[in-house]
Design a protein around this ligand. Structure first.
Ligand code: ZN
Length: 340
């Protein structure tokens, strides 16, 4: 037990001092898919003090090819990703305090989660959440590390408030877009490469070695054997609404954001109730069984196959995923038919 971190302490830039600092730090990971599960495992093995991990989804068979924390049993039980992640992470390092949150990152929740965090890791699959993370980072002066990948391509950058440009500054200058949907598929090594960049940077921040941070935006394609490292430090905009002198934090202002979202590459639509709700899943199961569908329930969610094409997954917090459609109006019709 005592020499658990000996190899990391032998590494001079970290040392015993750096390890001591790492052990007191709290990291928030937004997303528990491929990037999130690899980041979480790396940080928990490295011995951070506390990890908060947030995700809105549950484990499916198509995740197992690259989402390293999950097992066949998790997929069979349709466990929420953060619950399965916490189970596995607690086995890896029981001294890390792990907080698992099953939720969709909304503005008010993200602000709450970020309150006493030292670092945020982006492991989301969507643009809207990244813009919120960026504004929260600027508002509370918390660094965040961007990472995205699709197919065999990946990209990463470290945002330090007051020191680097922010995500919003870079939007129209560097190719950050086009990575939001996983319709092009993805291979595991691309995920691990992005995570290697993200976690190296994370360890520098957590150990207090800011001088060693990479100040360039890095991108690569492992299949095409391409690598790019772009200087972006001069791209900070004085008039940026997120990090400039006159700030409005535009992505935190729509408190009533979209209540429906088409999920990337999933043939699914998410509908979020417009006010806080707690669903009685057991009661709901009885209702659905009476309607003749196939129902599967665990303590966190209920899955209901309406017909051969559509399946509803209802979470305790009232969120519903409608699988089998990308059409928001069709999804809403199903939602109202079965859930009022
Ligand atoms: Zn900015």
């Amino acid at each position: 037990m005592n020499n658990r971190y000996s190899r990391q302490e032998l590494f001079p830039p970290i040392g015993k001092d750096g390890q001591q600092k790492i052990s007191t730090k709290h990291v928030l990971i937004i997303g528990a898919g491929a990037l999130g599960s690899a980041s979480a495992e790396a940080l928990v093995r490295a011995g951070i003090g506390k990890l908060t991990i947030v995700d809105r989804d549950y484990v499916e068979w198509s995740n197992l090819q690259r989402q390293q924390l999950y097992s066949e049993e998790d997929a069979a039980k349709r466990l929420p990703k953060v619950i399965a992640a916490k189970n596995r992470l607690a086995m890896i390092n029981s001294s890390v305090n792990i907080e698992a949150i099953i939720a969709d990152a909304s503005v008010s929740e993200l602000k709450e989660w970020a309150k006493d965090v030292d670092l945020m890791i982006d492991a989301t699959d969507n643009f809207e959440t990244r813009m919120m993370i960026n504004d929260v980072s600027q508002m509370f002066e918390i660094p965040w590390i961007y990472g995205a990948c699709v197919a065999s391509y990946g990209i990463s950058y470290t945002f330090i408030p007051g020191r680097t440009p922010c995500f919003s500054c870079l939007l129209d200058r560097v190719p950050l877009g086009g990575l939001t949907c996983d319709t092009a598929g993805i291979i595991g090594p691309a995920v691990n490469m992005v995570v290697s960049y993200q976690i190296s940077e994370a360890l520098k921040i957590l150990a207090g070695d800011l001088e060693s941070l990479r100040d360039k935006l890095v991108s690569f394609d492992l299949w095409k054997n391409q690598f790019n490292s772009i200087r972006v430090d001069k791209l900070k905009k004085e008039d940026c609404p997120s990090c400039g002198k006159q700030r409005s934090y535009p992505y935190l202002s729509f408190e009533n954001q979209t209540k429906t979202a088409v999920l990337c590459g999933r043939d699914s639509v998410q509908i979020r109730p417009s006010f806080p709700t707690v669903r009685d899943l057991e009661a709901l199961e009885k209702v659905f069984v009476n309607q003749g569908g196939t129902v599967q329930r665990n303590p966190y969610l209920l899955s209901f196959s309406v017909n051969s094409k559509h399946r509803l997954v209802v979470f305790k917090d009232g969120r519903v995923l409608i699988h089998g459609t990308k059409d928001i109006s069709e999804a809403k019709a199903l939602y109202h038919r079965y859930l009022g």
